[in-house]
Design a protein. Structure first.
Length: 244
C-alpha cells in the first residue's frame, strides 16, 4: 500500500511515525515547498517524487494535511488525479468539505482530535469509503462516524464552539482574578473540581488562545456563518471577546 502526503507539517510527520509497517510505503514531493519543509522531508524515511500530481496518481491513500485556506486549491490541483481514497485532515467547514467532494472521488472527511503528537491521538472519519481506513486502528485509534461526508467537519465545528467559547470565558475570569490579586487562589478552587492539572492546562489554553486570537476569531466567524439558524449567543460573545 502507498500513502501519499500533500503537506508535510506536524500531522504528516506524526502519521509517518505512527503508521509503521513494512506493508506501507510513504511518498510526497518537495514541489514548491519551503527550504525548511524540504529539510524536514529529507530527514524522514519517505520517497520523494518530482510533483504532487505524481504523488496523487500513485497513492492508494492520499492525505491532504495543509491548511484550511489551501485545502480547496489542493483538492482542485491534485485531488482530481487521485484514484484511491482522498483523506482530508484539514480543519475545514462542512461547506468546504462539500466543495471538495465535487472535485475529488472517494473523499473521506477526517479530523485528528487532541494533540497530534500526544501518545493517543484519535482520528475521526466519515464517508462511504471510510471503512477502508479502519485498518489504521492497528497504529492509531480510528473512529468512523457515518457514511456521510461532512459529518466529521460538523463535529469539528461543534467542538470549536465549545472549546473557543470556554477559552474566552477562562481568559475573562482569569483577568478579573488578577485585578484582585487572587489568580493563584482562582486556579486552586477550580482545581478542586476540575482536577490537579487544571491550572497547567488552563494557562496553556490561555496562552495559545491569545497568541492565535486572529485565527481563532476567523474560525468563530465561520462557525457563526454555518450555524446561522441556531442560537449562538455564547459563540458570538466569545467572538467579541477574542476580537478585542
Amino acid at each position: 500500500m502507498i500513502i501519499g502526503f500533500i503537506g508535510f507539517g506536524k500531522v504528516s510527520r506524526t502519521l509517518l511515525k505512527l503508521i509503521s509497517s513494512k506493508d506501507v510505503k510513504f511518498i510526497t514531493s518537495m514541489e514548491g515547498r519551503s527550504a525548511e519543509t524540504q529539510n524536514s522531508i529529507k530527514n524522514e524515511n519517505i520517497e520523494v517524487l518530482d510533483t504532487f500530481k505524481q504523488v496523487a496518481i500513485k497513492s492508494d491513500i492520499l492525505i491532504s494535511a495543509t491548511s484550511p485556506k489551501s485545502a480547496p486549491d489542493v483538492a482542485l490541483k491534485y485531488g482530481r488525479y487521485a484514484q484511491g481514497i482522498y483523506l482530508d485532515l484539514n480543519n475545514i467547514s462542512p461547506d468546504t468539505t462539500d466543495e471538495i467532494g465535487k472535485t475529488v472521488k472517494n473523499l473521506v472527511d477526517g479530523a485528528i482530535i487532541g494533540k497530534i503528537d500526544s501518545d493517543n491521538p484519535v482520528m475521526y472519519i466519515s464517508g462511504k469509503k471510510a471503512d477502508e481506513l479502519l485498518f489504521l486502528n492497528e497504529f492509531i485509534t480510528v473512529k468512523k462516524i457515518s457514511d456521510n461526508v461532512g459529518d466529521v467537519s460538523i463535529l469539528k465545528m461543534l467542538r470549536s464552539t465549545y472549546t473557543k467559547s470556554l477559552s474566552a470565558l477562562l481568559i475573562e475570569s482569569f483577568e478579573i482574578s488578577k485585578t484582585y490579586g487572587l489568580e493563584d487562589e482562582f486556579f486552586d478552587i477550580l482545581a478542586l473540581t476540575e482536577g490537579d492539572e487544571f491550572r497547567q492546562k488552563s494557562l496553556s489554553r490561555i496562552s495559545n488562545t491569545l497568541n492565535s486570537s486572529k485565527r481563532k476569531s476567523e474560525e468563530l466567524e465561520e462557525i457563526i456563518e454555518f450555524f446561522n439558524k441556531n442560537d449562538l449567543v455564547m459563540v458570538k460573545a466569545a467572538l467579541e471577546k477574542l476580537s478585542r
